[in-house]
Design a protein around this ligand. Structure first.
Ligand code: ATP
Ligand code: MG
Length: 220
């Protein structure tokens, strides 16, 4: 935990872009654009308040161990890691920010009869980055699966014959359509949450409370 001031962990892209209006509502302007700057620590208009850019899946780690006082992480990342670790990281999660909204779904090639495979009790090969969420989902349904862990470009797996199905995030469905895949089941709704380091919450209450309150009133 930084001794003074506040460090906020964000991932580049959607989460960064959609957190900006919330920060603005709290009077915080980020002074550099991560798309053009190569800096990983971005200053803001507020003395001592800085943004650190980390991988989406590293946000909970930074906040848990105090590399950042707070951060914004997707429910996908938080849920996957909580299942993997058998706990909830001891992170305080005061707010659903309702940003970076999408859903986690099962998708297959249009010519794969998912309903029939499930009904017949066939083993289904599923490729995903979210192996823990997928494992739990299919176990709850009593569906037998072989899980294949991937780190990206999940859509490719059914197209190449690597897997029958994928578990991935879907928002408009455009990526699935472009790759001729169909969404056959929705697993859960996803949005991003504010996560706060437990020690910081106590020791930096005077800085954090107004920020959390401003975010709360700015949520769409
Ligand atoms: P990394 O680059 O670290 O491997 P990533 O590529 O999964 O991570 P992004 O695709 O930028 O990172 O996603 C970051 C977060 O944004 C996800 O954890 C999820 O919560 C959210 N997200 C991902 N895809 C979508 C989407 N299609 N619509 C809305 N939100 C999304
Ligand atoms: Mg990415």
């Amino acid at each position: 935990m930084s001794a003074a001031g506040l460090t906020l962990a964000l991932s580049k892209g959607r989460i960064f872009e959609e957190t900006l209006p919330l920060l603005r509502a709290a009077g915080i302007e980020v002074l550099e654009d991560p798309e053009t700057s190569r800096k990983l620590i971005l200053p803001t208009n507020r003395d001592g308040v800085q943004v650190v850019l980390v991988r989406a899946s590293d946000v909970p780690t930074y906040v848990q161990y105090g590399g950042a006082d707070l951060g914004v992480a997707g429910r996908d990342v938080l849920h996957e890691q909580a299942l993997a670790e058998g706990g909830s990281h001891g992170l305080y999660q005061p707010l659903d920010l309702k940003i970076a909204r999408c859903r986690m779904s099962v998708a297959t090639r249009a010519d794969f009869d998912y309903a029939a495979a499930v009904k017949q009790g066939s083993r289904i090969r599923v490729a995903t980055k979210y192996t823990e969420i997928a494992r739990q989902h299919f176990a709850d349904k009593g569906v037998h699966v072989d899980l294949i862990k991937l780190y990206g470009s999940m859509e490719l797996a059914p197209l190449t014959g690597l897997a029958d199905a994928i578990v991935d995030l879907v928002s408009t469905g455009g990526t699935l359509r472009a790759n001729k895949l169909v969404e056959v089941e929705q697993i859960m709704d996803i949005s991003s949450r504010l996560v706060v380091n437990q020690a910081a919450l106590k020791l930096k209450r005077d800085l954090l409370r107004p920020l959390i309150d401003a975010f709360a009133s700015a949520i769409a």
